[in-house]
Design a protein around this ligand. Structure first.
Ligand code: ADP
Ligand code: MG
Length: 691
């Protein structure tokens, strides 16, 4: 005999629930406003937290501050219309004492509570005169003495996201009624052995434990299961996207040989660190395959990412292809061009710079050379992404300081396929014909907490350069208030006298002409103040993003050559600038910078064996601002800083603006659930591989 169809399903609309569910039309609307329209959504409306409600107890034993339950008889009631809020008051008595009840904004209570009634109440106990008071308690009439419900046990009560139109308590009652018929409707998408192995409760059980937990342990178990599901979905999406990319695209395999390796190594004036070697091994293995590499190279400021990128680009060139390096600022592109050209001087490798500010004729000739294959390594800015840039055979695209680019720009270089290049042959070419695309490496020093990297850049493989080159002395960081400014610059002067060089950084705002003008004024006034005051007679120069490229390059090369003692700079020097003799940084109005940005800035010093220092001048007005600066003084480790930053601001904030697409979760918390994220990532990879 067929079972009768269930009265409800997960998609039953709340408005269509049978009368036994007792959901008032007003509440149906109020829940709809919270995004809850059907039974499934109601189950998924999870408590924001739980409150411990004490077991029913005699009035005299109740304590202030606790969520209490008591029973007794109403001995008196009155309506009070004085004061801001009209209220209804009642007195509850039992054999041991008196409890005052007060109801604000609940006019119906005066009709439902009368002296002589026996009731059970629960609510938060507050001290009130010599006794206790419950404000807006929940009241349960005990009508029939012979059938009086048993004394209430202590329990954990869910507190739901609620609104003016529907309080948490009303949601709690509705969910409590729907839970029993609805839970059996939930199918678990994870098979039992799979769950057992991971110690995850069944899905229906997880919902039950969330809405009606018997213990703290149950809440934790339920959270773990639901968070795991969220993270697994996220990671499955990420891996699917990656699998699609792999299936639809092919990249030129770049072979590696000892001869090539030896030739590349000879170019570096230092031996690579073990941390660099490890990452290079991972990259080399990637590049040898016809699947497009998509790898994030994380390395703290100064860890030597450029050398790793150069190694990879030279592999591509040795294989007869082109490589491109994209930097977020012209200044950094110019720096890379200067240092890489220097590194490759007297070699056959042809390096060209392509930025937006090239003169028209030069730009045309550069574009032509790139298209004809007369350039091996192109270094540039976003200008590389314009449609005019055609490569003859681009096999590797490296994106430096990737956090400064948008997601779309990262995707942009990928489309710069290797036009004109004969398609590599494969044993079993997939159909339709795969799109040719370069291998992509993205580099970042904005140390991203690993957990966040896994989610946001989950479609990337991740390599981490885990140690700095040898011989760096740690940077001493101090936070001082503006009234110490004179002392700071007097000390700076003595260091400049001894031959050190310095950066003085003033805040700059990323965009907007007006803001930019104000910043320049700030830059100029600081330069003037220092020139006429504490640094008089020292060789100073200003550098900012709006200088003409050749002027800027001129200033930088004089600074590098030691002809300038101190650079007064905006944040254009934030990324990539590499002048080892510059050992001191002073940051004005340091509280106006984010933690990641301060760390980047500080990374401009500490690039040699000389002792470096970073002085942050600030008068922070917010607690977060003060906390950020304190963290800066405590650690030089960018990864630790990033974790702390995420703790101070919340991961959503850290990546909210610049990294659109940071996921929002109901249960999972990327900082708290790191281990679970690792598990979900591992599981998702296995699922995709198996399918
Ligand atoms: P970042 O990772 O911040 O981009 P860079 O690539 O600019 O760091 O490297 C920082 C400095 O360290 C540069 O001056 C570079 O020449 C130097 N460097 C890189 N690798 C090594 C190494 N293995 N040994 C010594 N110095 C190195
Ligand atoms: Mg760099």
């Amino acid at each position: 005999m067929a079972a009768p169809p269930p009265a409800i399903s997960l998609s039953t609309r709340l408005a269509d629930l049978p009368p036994t569910a007792r959901v008032r039309p007003a509440h149906v609307n109020a829940l709809a406003a919270l995004g809850v329209n059907n039974v499934g959504q109601l189950l998924a409306h999870l408590p924001a937290r739980h409150e411990f409600q004490e077991a029913e107890a005699p009035i005299s034993s109740l304590t202030a501050g606790a969520l209490v339950t008591a029973r007794g008889e109403i001995s008196a009631t009155r309506v009070v219309n004085k004061g801001r809020l009209p209220r209804f008051e009642a007195v509850l008595m039992d054999d041991t004492g008196r409890l005052d009840l007060v109801f604000f904004n609940m006019p119906h209570m005066r009709h439902s509570l009368h002296p002589g009634m026996r009731v059970r109440v629960y609510g938060k106990a507050q001290a009130y005169g010599p006794g206790l008071q419950l404000a807006n308690p929940k009241v349960e009439p005990l009508r029939d003495e012979s059938k009086e419900p048993a004394a209430a046990d202590s329990r954990l009560r869910p507190v739901y996201p609620a609104s003016e139109l529907i309080p948490s308590r009303a949601i709690e009652e509705i969910i409590a009624r729907i839970l029993e018929p609805a839970l059996p409707l939930i199918e678990d998408h994870l098979p039992e052995p799979y769950r057992k192995q991971r110690e995850l409760p069944e899905l229906a059980a997880a919902y039950r434990m969330m809405h009606a937990p018997a213990s703290e342990g149950e809440i934790a178990a339920a959270r773990r299961r639901l968070a795991y599901d969220e993270l697994l979905m996220l990671q499955l999406g990420v891996f699917l996207r990656r699998a699609q990319l792999r299936a639809a695209h092919r990249s030129p395999p770049i072979p590696w040989s000892e001869a090539i390796d030896a030739r590349i190594r000879r170019r570096f004036p230092f031996s690579l660190t073990e941390a660099q070697e490890a990452v290079i091994r991972e990259i080399v293995a990637d590049l040898a395959r016809p699947d497009p590499a998509n790898r994030l190279i994380q390395g703290d400021v100064g860890s030597g990412k450029t050398a790793v990128a150069v190694y990879a680009m030279l592999c591509a060139v040795a294989a007869g292809h082109q490589a491109a390096l994209m930097a977020p600022t012209e200044l950094l592109a110019e720096q890379h061009d200067a240092s890489i050209s220097h590194l490759l001087a007297n070699s056959k490798v042809r390096v060209r710079l392509l930025t937006g500010s090239l003169a028209a004729a030069e730009r045309e000739s550069t574009l032509a050379a790139i298209a004809s294959g007369d350039v091996d390594i192109t270094i540039g800015t976003h200008a590389l992404l314009t449609e005019h840039v055609r490569f003859s055979s681009l096999a590797l695209a490296v994106i430096d300081e990737q956090h400064r680019f948008g997601v779309h720009q990262r995707a942009g270089l990928r489309t710069k396929g290797a036009q004109g290049q004969p398609e590599p042959s494969f044993d079993s070419p997939p159909s339709p014909a795969p799109i040719l695309t370069p291998h992509v490496l993205v580099m970042t020093a904005t140390p991203i907490p690993r957990t966040l990297a896994l989610t946001i850049y989950g479609d990337l493989d991740i390599s981490t350069i885990s140690a700095l080159p040898p011989g760096r002395s740690p940077i001493a960081t101090r936070v001082v208030t503006p009234d110490k400014s004179a002392e700071v610059y007097a000390w700076l002067r003595t260091r400049l006298d001894e031959g050190d060089q310095a950066y003085v950084v003033v805040p700059a705002i990323d965009s907007g002409a007006t803001a930019g003008d104000a910043d320049l004024a700030d830059l100029r006034s600081t330069l003037k103040r220092l020139e006429e005051g504490p640094l008089a007679g020292k060789r100073l120069a200003a550098i900012h993003g709006r200088l003409k490229p050749d002027t800027r390059e001129h200033v930088m090369s004089r600074f590098r050559a030691g002809e300038i003692d101190a650079l007064i700079a905006t944040t254009v020097i934030e990324v990539g600038v590499d002048v080892p003799n510059a050992t001191i940084m002073v940051v004005e109005n340091a509280d106006r910078f984010g933690l990641a940005q301060l760390h980047q800035l500080r990374g401009r010093v500490g690039r040699s064996t000389k002792k470096s220092a970073c002085i942050l001048i600030a008068d922070p007005v917010t607690i977060d601002g003060a906390a950020r600066l304190a963290v800066m003084a405590q650690t030089n480790d960018g990864f630790e800083l990033a974790e702390r930053d995420a703790e101070i601001r919340g991961p959503g904030e850290v990546f909210g603006t610049r990294q659109a697409g940071a996921p929002a979760f109901k249960v999972a918390d990327l900082m708290r659930d790191r281990d679970l994220l690792g598990l979900a990532r591992h599981d998702a990879a296995a699922w995709i591989e198996a399918s």
